[in-house]
Design a protein around this ligand. Structure first.
Ligand code: ING
Length: 335
């Protein structure tokens, strides 16, 4: 069924003609010894709160079911057994799906995926209002390292514990609109959003776990929050998107991660932001037509983009030498 992306069928009790009630459920710390049952109980409570605010969808964080375990050097057998999900839903997460179906609310959930044939991904899923998993995303931009840095205050072993995602940046028609998803470090890369906005996404949702400390240089702490919000705001504006980002934050066994969960409008403005570093639900009635203004004019992709001049973006991985004048020249495309 074709969806008119600009009228949507969102509910939301607001005067906005095509409002979409969107909630972000920020999580406070999850400690090494916290059980999945205890964590899921927190998620259930926030899902109820989100539904009570009129949300059609609630966004949970990256790796929402466990502590941010890439900060620890562990052998694979232990890490697989303690932190990965061999199935979704599982016995512990089934209550989340049951409540979602009861409340008729969709959700995004980040978790560590262990496939039947032993592959490991940092994964998120989009679940519709009937608790059906309608999309899966496997994190593409993996930060950190794969080697053990014993002298560092903590590790960041996403390149050890996860493979690069192999299913691309897809978008999904659900809840009366078109939604894309990504994870944490992906939000810092403009390519992430552009690929999804070129597929006409109207909303991009994501979870993150962002350490406050930089183990590579003494980065002033305020820059973590600044760069996080800058990434969301710039890319929301430049792609005519609503962007919703859910942190898992606070000090997990003493290791601090930033909060700053936010909902950002296609204007680039922050319309809702978490104030705590604990479990907290933020909500906005999003006008799905708001992006139209930008996508019809300043960011009218079809009218203004010139991909014939952008080839380096997909041809080169790292920065290299300047292109020659002749290589820079292109033949004007047929109008
Ligand atoms: N965490 C961090 C993030 O991208 C990071 C890692 C922080 C990279 C700051 C660069 C700068 O938000 C995850 N999990 O990707």
């Amino acid at each position: 069924m074709a969806i008119d992306l600009n009228t949507g069928s969102g509910t939301g009790n607001s005067k906005i003609k095509n409002s979409f009630g969107l909630a972000v459920a920020q999580m406070g710390p999850v400690h090494l010894n916290d059980s999945r049952v205890a964590v899921v109980a927190r998620l259930l409570e926030m899902m109820r709160e989100a539904a009570s605010r009129g949300a059609k969808m609630v966004v949970f964080p990256e790796l929402a079911l466990t502590t941010f375990f890439p900060r620890y050097w562990m052998d694979d057998a232990e890490v697989n057994a303690r932190f990965f999900e061999p199935s979704m839903p599982s016995a512990e997460t089934q209550p989340l799906f049951d409540l979602a179906a009861q409340l008729k609310i969709g959700f995004y959930l980040g978790y560590a995926e262990l496939t039947a044939d032993g592959h490991r991904f940092n994964t998120s899923v989009l679940v519709d209002e009937n608790a059906k998993i309608v999309a899966r995303y496997r994190k593409i931009h993996l930060p950190g390292h794969s080697d053990h840095k014993p002298d560092a205050p903590f590790q960041h072993l996403e390149k050890k514990y996860f493979e690069v995602g192999n299913e691309g940046f897809g978008v999904t028609d659900m809840l009366g609109t078109r939604i894309g998803q990504c994870l944490c470090n992906d939000r810092r890369w403009p390519e992430t959003y552009r690929v999804m906005s070129l597929q006409s996404a109207r909303i991009v949702v994501l979870g993150y776990n962002t350490p406050s400390w930089n183990i590579h240089w003494s980065e002033p702490p305020h820059l973590r929050m600044f760069h996080h919000l800058l990434s969301l705001q710039a890319n929301a504006y430049q792609n005519g998107l609503w962007v919703a980002a859910a942190a898992k934050c606070g000090a997990e066994d003493g290791f601090h991660m930033i909060g700053g969960s936010a909902i950002v409008a296609p204007t680039g403005e922050i319309v809702a932001q978490a104030q705590s570093e604990d479990d907290e639900v933020i909500f906005s009635n999003c006008d799905l037509g708001l992006g139209e203004t930008f996508l019809q004019h300043v960011f009218n992709f079809a009218k203004h983009r010139r991909p014939e001049h952008y080839k380096l973006i997909t041809e080169r991985t790292g920065a290299g030498e300047p292109l020659s004048a002749s290589a820079l020249k292109t033949t004007q495309p047929q109008e």
